[in-house]
Design a protein around this ligand. Structure first.
Ligand code: NAD
Ligand code: MG
Length: 400
């Protein structure tokens, strides 16, 4: 094994530690105790999971968003004679993300709630492993500027963007053209309803939508995958990460989820990154970069897989994908509005208040009724986000 490039042990803060990405990050970290130290873990309110993670990894800090959860965790850790310091609230999430002793931040909170802590890590010049795609969807211009100004290192964890990053030249080009790249191809599994009829899709249940064929993920991103809003958010994410125009980002449905994405160069070469659908690969890549670490992921058995299929996405059965391209083309605050309306719609679907095909209807209605502004500040985005959520809730009252 190659020697670690970094001279010292990296202190890691994991935002969203109890989630599927958080747990898998801790799995990879545990395989490399000589390289990583868990400095801080954060979660919303899951005391049981956080207690067991703290017992196993002994972080300096544990942060719960909810004060009651923090009080319970604090009492349990005290009884167990742990030295972990328990904090609570959004400011504490921001403080650990920007803490002077933190080298690496895994940004794996779900949804808009992840924006402020990820921004804090960017402004503090951290090495940021970005799983929270909503940060780039809402505030791509501000976030990328903060990374640039502070000299932070940004490593994409979303498997598609991680794949693209792996097959792109690493000296930062100003544009795809400068890197000799014609376009990026985001692969999409197509989710559980890839072959369903529009009629079937109108009556799908929560359980059916939560049953993703290839990936094990949190509930919000699993529903986003079923509507293909996830791919739409990823198109916007790719726009900011790689400075790619909407017409340079194509989506290819690839049901096996073995090719995680591709880049087409000007000479006709198409470079792809392949692997089993297991997030520990992109996580290990982000943690180790530029070194390659063991991740615990099984070898890819292409002979067993046998074939790789591809087809075009169907925008009529998956209107969320079209809505995301439209929001990217509209620019400004449109993607933030799309994101907020989507979060309310997904929550309402998970609460069985609306049907599956109501999700795009609600989002489109909110977007159509909104005024799109240029993005100027994070405070403005908070207002835009709240307003879009109110509009979405109103739609819900009138339609659910
Ligand atoms: P999850 O639902 O499993 O976990 C979410 C985590 O965020 C939990 O630790 C939870 O406690 C925390 N959290 C939730 N609400 C919060 C709030 N208001 N404030 C602070 N913390 C809060 O989600 P996940 O599947 O791990 O996804 C996390 C992020 O990574 C999402 O943005 C998702 O789109 C992205 N992502 C996930 C995967 C995957 O395979 N799961 C793949 C690519 C990208
Ligand atoms: Mg992805």
């Amino acid at each position: 094994m190659s020697k670690p490039t970094l001279e010292t042990v990296q202190n890691v803060a994991i935002l969203g530690a109890t989630g599927t990405i958080g747990i898998q990050t801790l799995d990879v970290i545990s395989q490399h105790p000589e390289r990583f130290k868990v400095f801080a873990l954060t979660a919303n309110n899951n005391v049981k999971s956080m207690f067991s993670l703290c017992s196993e990894h002994s972080p300096r800090y544990a942060v719960m968003l909810q004060p009651q959860a923090a009080a319970e965790l604090g009492a349990q850790l005290k009884a167990a004679q742990s030295s972990t310091i328990v904090l609570h609230g959004e400011q504490a999430l921001i403080d650990v993300a920007a803490h002077a002793e933190v080298d690496t931040v895994m940004a794996a909170i779900v949804g808009a709630a992840g924006l402020h802590p990820a921004m804090a890590a960017a402004k503090a010049g951290k090495r940021i492993l970005l799983a929270n795609k909503e940060t780039l969807v809402m505030a791509g211009s501000l976030f990328m500027r903060a990374v640039e100004e502070s000299g932070a290192t940004l490593l994409p964890i979303d498997s598609e963007h991680n794949a693209i990053f792996q097959v792109m030249p690493h000296q930062r080009a100003k544009s795809l053209a400068e890197a000799g790249i014609k376009r990026v191809l985001l692969t999409a599994s197509g989710g559980p309803f890839r072959n369903a009829t529009l009629d079937d899709m109108r009556s799908v249940t929560r359980a059916q939508a939560l049953n993703h064929p290839n990936w094990v993920m949190g509930p919000k991103i699993t529903i986003d995958s079923a509507t293909m809003m996830n791919k739409g958010l990823e198109v916007i994410e790719a726009h900011w990460l790689f400075n790619a125009a909407a017409n340079q980002i194509d989506v290819v449905v690839h049901p096996q989820s073995v090719i995680h994405s591709m880049v087409e160069y000007n000479d006709g070469s198409v470079l792809a990154q392949l692997g089993n659908p297991d997030m520990r690969t992109p996580i290990a890549y982000g943690l180790g970069f530029p070194d390659r670490l063991q991740s615990g992921v099984n070898s890819l058995d292409l002979i067993k897989i046998g074939r790789l299929d591809f087809c075009a996405p169907d925008f009529s059965r998956f209107p969320c994908l079209r809505l995301a391209y439209d929001a990217l083309n509209a620019g400004g605050t449109a993607p933030a509005i799309l994101n907020a309306a989507n979060e309310i719609a997904v929550e309402a679907f998970l609460a069985e208040r609306i049907g599956f095909m109501d999700i795009p209807l609600m989002i489109e209605s909110v977007l159509t009724a909104s005024v799109i502004e240029d993005v100027v500040s994070i405070e403005q985005l908070a207002t835009v986000d709240a307003k879009a959520r109110r509009a979405a809730s109103l739609w819900l009252e009138n339609h659910a």
